[in-house]
Design a protein around this ligand. Structure first.
Ligand SMILES: NC(=O)c1ccc[n+]([C@@H]2O[C@H](COP(=O)([O-])OP(=O)(O)OC[C@H]3O[C@@H](n4cnc5c(N)ncnc54)[C@H](O)[C@@H]3O)[C@@H](O)[C@H]2O)c1
Ligand SMILES: CC(C)[C@H](C(=O)O)[C@@H](O)C(=O)O
Ligand SMILES: [Mg+2]
Length: 367
């Protein structure tokens, strides 16, 4: 069965890095027979300019029907000119919620070839291999009430609500505990149980599910502020980290420093499996539209390419092909391929396209 992959390049560096991820996936279709059909669709600022809507009906229908989305980035400097209602219609949050992709995997590896690109000492990051399971469809991003309201004295108040139900915590906890079993059997659950009610409930529910269903996994609890510190101080102590939507956003960017650039980090957002065992999925690099470097052809495409590896693993269910792609990225880096964000002073720098060429050359060269 051919898998339908909806490609949403988006804004800024989104199209630049997504083009390269698609080129790499085309290699797997042509050379390894992976059954993917990729179609590009317009949304966001580009579609606002072209069609006066951030989410054409045709794009939304394709998103809801797809086997997976391959997403670039959102965020353009002129977004404020788009009415709020239209911005919401074409937003990434609407897609995440609409697809119910609650489990957001954000793997972080210290690539040996990049040890010197890290702002941390090589001996601190060597061997780091961790994965976030960020809850993606609830919490502070979606809680109500929300909005900006005018108070009795005429001044305004911004409101967001941090809320989690037991069911929302339980499903992401089960996912993370199950994932830990396939790795080094260690889960760190991160919250602010000391100050937030939703955090206290988070800790209670994770503890109960662990005790009842996954007692073989080692579970530790950690406060979110301490986790931010430990990611820089001792990243090798982590295996799987489960946390809420807002902390997961912040802490995964903290972990981006392990390799020295956000451009290296991929992600997969997954729903619960349906009756046929298939999960809806949204793959994207964790970085944004990077307006400071957009349009120059210098963005690092490896976060997008490694997101394609996650697509091979989770949607195409081709783990050997995913391993092959990750090994090709490792070989390209070991061979000295560097975009500007990960190059040391004096090292030759590749364009976005040339970095993807180096990965494809490594794929061609592998046995
Ligand atoms: N998932 C997403 O689409 C997503 C994620 C984060 C931010 N955003 C949006 O992107 C816009 C810019 O936000 P920001 O600047 O805070 O975050 P950003 O992730 O776009 O950039 C942060 C820093 O990382 C660098 N960087 C990011 N991607 C890179 C790559 N592939 N190669 C090399 N360097 C890279 C940028 O140059 C910048 O210095 C905002 O509108 C924000 O809302 C979107
Ligand atoms: C663009 C933004 C909504 C998004 C988030 O905050 O979830 C981004 O920062 C991310 O990490 O995917
Ligand atoms: Mg983020």
């Amino acid at each position: 069965m051919t898998l339908d992959i909806v490609v949403l390049p988006g804004d800024g560096v989104g199209p630049e890095v997504t083009d390269e991820a698609v080129r790499v996936l085309d290699w797997f279709v042509a050379k390894r027979g992976v059954p993917l059909r990729m179609t590009r669709h317009l949304f966001g600022s580009a579609s606002w300019t072209a069609q006066g809507t951030t989410m054409p009906d045709e794009t939304w229908a394709a998103i809801m029907a797809a086997d997976a989305l391959l997403f670039g980035a959102v965020g353009s400097l002129d977004q404020k000119q788009i009415p709020a209602e239209e911005r919401r219609k074409g937003s990434l949050l609407r897609m995440r919620k609409g697809l119910d992709v609650f489990a957001n995997l954000r793997p972080v590896r210290a690539w040996p070839a990049l040890a010197e690109s890290s702002p941390f000492k090589a001996r601190t990051v060597a061997g780091a291999d961790l994965i976030f399971v960020r809850e993606l469809t609830a919490g502070m991003y979606f809680g109500t009430p929300r909005g900006i309201e005018t108070q009795a004295d005429g001044t305004r108040r911004g409101v967001n609500t941090h809320t989690y139900t037991e069911a929302e915590i339980a499903r992401v906890a089960r996912f993370a505990l199950g994932l830990a079993r396939t790795r080094r059997n260690h889960l760190t659950s991160v919250d602010k149980a000391n100050v937030m009610e939703a955090g206290a409930l988070w800790r209670e529910v994770v503890t109960a599910i662990h005790a009842a269903e996954f007692p073989d996994v080692t579970l530790e609890h950690m406060l979110a502020d301490n986790c931010a510190l430990q990611l820089g101080r001792a990243p090798t102590r982590f295996d799987v980290i489960v946390t809420d939507n807002l902390f997961g956003d912040l802490l995964s960017d903290c972990a981006g420093a392990i390799n020295g650039s956000l451009g290296m980090l991929p992600s997969a957002a997954l729903s619960a499996p349906d009756a046929n065992g298939r999960r809806r999925a949204l793959y994207e690099p964790i970085h944004g539209s990077a307006p400071d470097i957009a349009g120059k052809g210098i963005a690092n495409p490896l976060g997008a390419i490694l997101s394609a590896a996650l697509l091979l693993r989770w949607t195409a269910q081709a783990p050997a092909e995913a391993d092959r792609l990750e090994a090709a990225v490792e070989a390209a880096l070991a061979g000295g391929a560097r975009t500007a964000d990960i190059a040391l002073p004096g090292e030759p720098v590749l364009s976005t396209r040339a970095m993807a060429d180096a990965v494809i050359a490594a794929l061609d060269a592998a046995p």
